[in-house]
Design a protein around this ligand. Structure first.
Ligand SMILES: Cc1ncc(COP(=O)(O)O)c(C=O)c1O
Length: 492
């Protein structure tokens, strides 16, 4: 088991051979000097072994490469190996950690392996991953300013950086939620409530939202939960939602109170024509939400920023830093150009909440939640550590990798590029292969830990896609795998 040792004896601060680090708060320093540590709990004891085991594992693991062959196993198999871990007397920290390290974690996918190019993988910085542990240790209640002011202040600086990238005004505001699904749901709940308040109630037939069929599945799921109908807008020849296609639908259907544009579709990385969508939607009094869960990170990249033109006037926006802004799970930044409609939709009221200062920045007011961990802080720490220029460089590197791989696919005899990548997703076809051949090829490469690339469909036809969100990916390594494994005739 990596890096797990037990410590039954801890030196007291007075015996500590190491000088006190200078970065401790005066309170922490004074507590150490007085040996004013948490007293052992009458129930849990001092838990020192459990703490050391977990933190030492975390420190070691953060520095290690992940195993590309790690993969899911059946619950039956896992039970046979792990047995019952929840028992009246407990199995002890050492055993629990051992099971996690040796059996449970190896049965999960290495989402940040550089050759994991399936779905939308992950590539958090080590700084962000390490700080996630700090966030847990700090255990801040991040729902309300009075409980989490300092931590919320830091999150808000990150949100301000994002608002500046969007070109939004000084009073734009946002909140970190668990993921794009919650971000889209919260934004669309705001849009619907805003329409109810400003349009004088529900239209006959209920509310509807408009989006393209390429919008993420979480948009339909939000519509279902919000009892809104989804009006599908046809896309143009290049797969974009446009104002032109939206216009007749909005003119004919007063139920549509919100339009969702994609700032990078998941399947193909297409950015809708946000400028024309905003112009038409606003002329018809509809809210515009931009789902940049995957692609919003490209706002940092000068070579791709123009694709988001018009976003300056959108009403709400999400980006998942756990996708392409190098933060660990789970983290979605949800921003509102004007946060007042969000507060009107989401702020919770109860006798015991009445003393809250609503003039402060209260993250609970802007989404469907009350208690929350300050999950924007790993991104804050990483951004503060590395600087925003490094983020631009990292995103540009992924974009360049996608362009290089797309170029090699175009030049290859066996492969066909299905569209020029707008962002960092490359969609292509192996001439002569069907869905079964793709599946066989994909499984073999995954099993051997060579590369993770799963089949998809593009314009109704089987295809493959590669998603580049990890700046450690080497284009040449990907091209080499495609060249050596896809020249084979049958894909087996
Ligand atoms: C464009 C887009 N929107 C929303 C989501 C949902 O995000 P999450 O999985 O964080 O809930 C995804 C996930 O892949 C996505 O790609």
């Amino acid at each position: 088991m990596q890096g797990v040792t037990t410590h039954s004896q801890h030196p007291s601060p007075a015996d500590d051979p190491h000088p006190e680090p200078e970065h401790r708060t005066a309170f922490a320093q004074a507590s150490d000097d007085l040996q004013r540590h948490r007293p052992p709990s009458p129930v849990w004891g001092d838990e020192r072994d459990a703490v050391s085991i977990a933190l030492e594992w975390a420190a070691t693991h953060t520095a290690l490469a992940s195993d590309p062959k790690a993969t899911a196993r059946s619950a039956h198999d896992l039970h046979a190996e792990v047995g019952e871990t929840i028992t009246a007397g407990g199995i002890g920290a050492e055993r629990a950690m051992e099971l996690f390290d040796e059996v449970l974690l190896p049965a999960t996918r290495a989402s940040d392996d550089p050759m994991n190019l399936a779905y939308i993988p992950a590539a958090p910085t080590r700084a962000a991953v390490a700080f996630d542990t700090v966030v847990s240790a700090a255990n801040v209640f991040g729902g309300l300013w009075e409980g989490g002011a300092g931590a919320i202040f830091a999150e808000n600086q990150v949100l301000r950086w994002l608002a500046d990238l969007l070109g939004w005004p000084a009073d734009a505001a946002g909140v970190f939620v668990s993921g794009g699904t919650n971000g889209n749901l919260s934004a669309l709940a705001t849009a619907r409530e805003h329409a109810r308040r400003t349009r004088g109630g529900k239209p006959a037939g209920g509310w509807a939202l408009a989006c393209a069929s390429t919008a993420h599945s979480s948009v339909s799921s939000a519509a279902r939960l919000l009892d809104m109908e989804v009006v599908m807008v046809p896309v143009d020849a290049n797969g974009h939602l446009t104002g032109q296609a939206l216009e007749p639908l909005l003119a004919a259907d007063e139920r549509i109170c919100a339009v969702v544009a994609s700032g990078g579709t998941t399947n193909a990385g297409i950015v809708d024509d946000i400028a024309s969508v905003v112009e038409v939607a606003h002329r018809h009094g509809a809210w515009v939400h931009v789902d940049g869960a995957y692609g919003g990170a490209a706002l940092t990249a000068p070579s791709a920023r123009h694709r988001f033109d018009g976003i300056e006037e959108a009403d709400s926006f999400i980006v998942d830093p756990h996708k392409w802004l190098f933060a660990p799970y789970d983290c979605c930044a949800l921003l509102y150009r004007d946060p007042r409609p969000a507060a009107a939709a989401h702020a919770q009221h109860a006798a015991y909440l009445d003393s809250i200062n609503r003039g402060e920045s209260n993250p609970a007011d802007l989404a469907a939640h009350l208690s929350r961990r300050t999950r924007g802080l790993p991104l804050w720490y990483s951004l503060a550590t590395h600087g925003t220029d490094a983020y631009t460089a990292a995103v540009e590197r992924c974009l360049a990798t996608a362009r290089t791989v797309a170029g090699a696919i175009k030049a290859s005899e066996h492969l066909e590029l299905l569209l020029e990548p707008e962002l960092s997703v490359v969609v292509f076809r192996r001439r002569g292969w069907d869905q079964d051949a793709y599946r066989t090829w994909s499984r073999r490469l995954a099993k051997d830990g060579v590369m993770l690339c799963v089949p998809t469909a593009y314009q109704g036809e089987p295809a493959l896609r590669l998603a580049f969100v990890n700046p450690s990916v080497e284009a040449d390594a990907v091209i080499e795998v495609l060249t050596t494994t896809m020249g084979e005739a049958d894909g087996s």
